[in-house]
Design a protein around this ligand. Structure first.
Ligand SMILES: Nc1ncnc2c1ncn2[C@@H]1O[C@H](COP(=O)(O)OP(=O)(O)OP(=O)(O)O)[C@@H](O)[C@H]1O
Length: 278
């Protein structure tokens, strides 16, 4: 048992062969399907009739002005938003065909399949090694050799291995902000997720670290589905395949990123991307 990898430990709920590796857009490779989603914080109607199909192994950017519901939407995808007591939700969010809003859906299943990276890097006050090994250990992996392999693979996957390989036992707080963010991405990769949610992952980083994380996202989409909230329209244009433009809690337009930025169909999208508001 001690020799199982994280994906084996996750059990039979989601078998990897359910996940196709092609990029063709069929129902089978929709990773998240949101149907008629509405969300209220008390009386504040924050998400209005959201319908979005997100495909695997793509980068999907969520853009829009402050307060339009971007973070709220991304936090519905791992049910984090339900930690807010006044939240009320209606509609469906299907992850790999199963409605995650259904009471019978175990949130733990979701958290092992969907990782999240936040605006501000949030490493644990532990060593670099222990940050990455944390998730696998929770899954019961104790074998040192396997943990070493996972830690190295995850840090390599997050393009930070060469910078930290000789200081794995040092506290993660000693890393720069950009390095901490890539460490947090490595911590996500260690649980072998299917999807990575990113809520403005570069907004606290300098331009050089931002570029590194953007390059990393391009690499990661070969293996993962990535949904990223960004304020930075150039960033959305550079790194995403699809873009959803949110305004006042609604999705105004959702299309291929090239189309959104070169030939949007809605005047409000055009006004936003040309800087007329927001
Ligand atoms: N915990 C909360 N309690 C009450 N209202 C909230 C809460 N979080 C968000 N809201 C409200 O929901 C709406 C959408 O907020 P959200 O943070 O999702 O927008 P956003 O597009 O991510 O904004 P920003 O770009 O500024 O981060 C706003 O009116 C906000 O005030």
């Amino acid at each position: 048992m001690g020799l199982l990898t994280v994906s084996e430990k996750k059990g039979l709920e989601f078998k990897s062969d359910e996940v196709t590796s092609t990029n063709s857009q069929t129902e089978e490779n929709i990773v998240y399907d949101t149907k008629d989603l509405n969300l209220w914080y008390g009386k504040d109607h924050a998400l209005k009739n959201i319908n979005l199909s997100i495909y695997e192994k793509e980068v999907t950017a969520i853009i829009g002005p402050s307060g339009c519901g971007k973070s709220t939407y991304i936090k519905t995808l791992n049910r984090m938003v339900q930690l807010v007591p006044i939240v009320r939700i209606s509609g469906d969010i299907r992850y790999r065909g199963r409605n995650i809003l259904d009471k019978s859906f175990q949130v733990e299943d979701l958290r092992t399949r969907v990782g999240m990276v936040f605006q501000k890097p949030n490493p644990f006050p532990k060593s670099i090694y222990d940050n990455v090994a944390y998730g696998p250990r929770i899954h019961g992996i104790r074998n040192k050799k396997i943990l070493d392999e996972i830690v190295e693979r995850s840090l390599r996957g997050a393009a930070i291995w060469d910078e930290v390989k000789d200081r794995l036992t040092e506290n993660a707080y000693g890393l720069s902000g950009g390095q901490q963010q890539r460490l947090c991405i490595a911590r996500c990769l260690a649980i072998e997720p299917d999807v990575i949610l990113m809520d403005e992952p570069t907004s606290a980083l300098d331009p050089k670290s931002t570029l590194k994380v953007e390059e990393l996202i391009q690499e990661l989409k070969k293996d993962y589905s990535i949904i990223i909230v960004t304020h930075n329209m150039q960033q959305a244009a550079r790194i995403s395949d699809k873009t959803a433009f949110f305004l006042n809690g609604e999705v105004v337009e959702f299309d291929h990123t090239d189309t959104i930025f070169s030939n949007p169909s809605d005047k409000r999208t055009e006004d936003y991307i040309t800087g007329r508001f927001g």
